[in-house]
Design a protein around this ligand. Structure first.
Ligand SMILES: [Zn+2]
Ligand SMILES: [Zn+2]
Length: 343
């Protein structure tokens, strides 16, 4: 694999020139110490050949042709064409989600094992056994001869459809009741929404319910955790029966659903494919002046200028916040990844 990281560096810097020289040298060596090689600069466009020094000069002074630069295979310089990559991408998505869930589980076991160290050694074995049983259950084929889906991948795929298309719990329950009848008799698809939610929850990617003041003054957490009414507007935390005026103790007027972000980020980095996607922004900035992703924006560059040490580490996570007032949705996006994953 030819090192391509240099091609995205500033052409005025010594690192770019060093990268270009090494690249040209390696290509020439691979061609049996050739004197002339195909020049990938914006003018020669892999059509004209020049002696090695001239190719380096062209790369430094003119830059590499944009389309060639963004290719993963520099096929004019001895790399194999890998045209299949795009086709397999979508089928990889399920694998990635599966990897994420699996990573979530591995993470929990690691934490659990760390907790147990120095305490009870047998506890470790028990936890390990439970974990292996859970993974085995999740990896069970959907039905014995099924090669495309495990129990986990099937449930995750269906749940994605539900969330992406806004299906109600009722629609989803009906689908779950119908599907097993269409599958071979010994399938392992859970048949109720409750079971499916319980199954997913066992991988600990759930959310926290936090009670909120009905007028949005405060959240009933930390020092307000035990209050019965809002400290500012004095409105009751609990619902009241509209007919009798009786307070329904324990039934909150408003609930905030909070999806903790840190465990999610940790898990994304534990999944091999997602960890790769989280570094996508670093090498995929648009080079033709077109805006396709926040990474191509002026604001992104301004942030990089203000925080150069943050910008230098490709694994640093950049988050975007979006709100939709009417639905009271407040979402945080990871801007590191290709835009299609955030849709
Ligand atoms: Zn050239
Ligand atoms: Zn209030």
């Amino acid at each position: 694999m030819v090192d391509k990281s240099w091609v995205h560096l500033c052409r005025a810097g010594p690192a770019y020139e060093k990268g270009a020289s090494e690249f040209v040298r390696d290509v020439a060596v691979a061609l049996g110490d050739a004197n002339m090689i195909v020049c990938p600069c914006i003018d020669c466009r892999n059509i004209d050949c020049h002696v090695c020094n001239v190719v380096v000069d062209h790369l430094v002074t003119r830059g590499m042709e944009e389309a060639y630069k963004s290719r993963s295979d520099w096929y004019h310089h001895g790399e194999l064409n890998s045209g299949l990559q795009g086709e397999t991408k979508s089928s990889q998505r399920n694998e990635e989600i599966f990897g994420l869930y699996k990573a979530a589980e591995l993470g929990d076991v690691e934490f659990a094992i760390n907790d147990y160290f120095g305490e009870i050694a047998e506890g470790e074995d028990k936890k390990e056994d439970e974990f292996l049983a859970k993974i085995a259950d999740a990896e069970t084929p959907l039905y014995p001869s099924c090669v495309n889906h495990s129990k986990l991948s099937a449930i995750v795929s269906l749940f994605r459809l539900k969330t992406h298309n806004g299906w109600s719990d009722k629609i989803f329950s009906n689908l779950l009741e119908t599907l097993p009848g269409m599958l071979p008799a010994d399938n392992v698809l859970n048949t109720s929404l409750y079971e499916v939610k319980k199954f997913l929850k066992s991988f600990d990617l759930g959310y926290e319910n936090i009670h909120a003041c009905v007028n949005d003054c405060c959240l009933f957490r930390k020092k307000y955790k035990k209050l019965e009414s809002c400290p500012k507007c004095k409105i009751s935390r609990w619902k009241t029966n509209i007919h009798t005026g009786e307070v329904k103790q324990g039934v909150p007027q408003k609930v905030l659903r909070y999806f903790p972000i840190i465990p999610r980020l940790k898990r994304m980095f534990r999944s091999e494919d997602m960890a790769k996607d989280l570094r996508w922004h670093f090498t995929n900035k648009s080079t033709d002046g077109k805006l396709r992703h926040p990474v191509d924006s002026v604001t992104w560059d301004q942030m990089n200028d203000i925080y150069p040490s943050f910008a230098a580490e490709e694994r640093n996570v950049r988050l975007g916040l979006s709100t939709a007032y009417r639905s009271h949705n407040c979402r945080i996006y990871t801007l590191n990844i290709p835009i299609c994953f955030n849709m």
